[in-house]
Write a protein that binds this ligand. Sequence first.
Ligand code: AP5
Ligand code: MG
Length: 217
Amino acid sequence: MVIVLLGPPGAGKGTQCKRVAEKYKLVHLSSGDILRGHRTNGTELGKKAAEYMDSGKLVPDQLIIEMMAGAIESAKGNCVLDGFPRTVVHGQELDKALAAKGRKIDAIVNLVIDDSVIEKRMTGRRSCPACGAVYHIDTLKPKVEGFCDKCSSKLVQRTDDKPEVVKQRLEIYHQQTAAVVGYYAGKNHKILDVDAEKSVDEVTALVVAKLDGFKAV
Ligand code: AP5
Ligand code: MG
């Protein structure tokens, strides 16, 4: 099964994808997390991606498509995609790759949220560099301030969560990523819109209700 979670930066894709992956026994594939892993490990891809990520720009299509095709293959096509596809070209390439294996996307969830809510979420986010867990200084606090509940590592603020980079990421979302919703609607995919301004648990309940109510799942 392939589920795609769309939505702007800071909408809660990572938070919700972790829960969807657990519930439906899928592999959570976050293009952003995979890229950050490459940077931590100092790979060639990580080095090439760094300047784009730190300035809030998209990493070039060719690098991303190859990276995600490999990840989907490793997950044997049972995955929830987070942060990919992010351009119409990504969508076209993903469709081609799945079609070559007689597959298609099973469900598309779109997290709907206003830009004004996003800034607060991103500037308050704290992430675990070791296990990838995500917290928020107001809405999702760790048990011990500054440390991960799961692995006790020191939490960090992402380098692209500075206000000026957040602004750039939102602009790129509106210029290039929002069109992915229209691309799939034009291909007769039902887009499962979810109000992502509600609390984390409420959003999870809405996502699960939409997925359970959707026949393909
Ligand atoms: P990526 O890591 O994908 O970042 P993003 O899409 O900008 O999204 P975020 O991870 O910032 O937010 P999220 O929606 O996952 O929200 P989260 O759950 O953390 O990409 C980073 C960069 O990598 C890109 O800018 C680009 O350079 C590159 N890249 C990645 N993929 C690429 C691709 N396909 N092509 C090209 N380049 C690519 O939640 C945010 C915060 O809000 C958290 O603190 C959380 O606790 C809190 N929160 C979540 N939900 C709620 C809620 N309901 N109520 C209150 N708080 C909440
Ligand atoms: Mg994320």
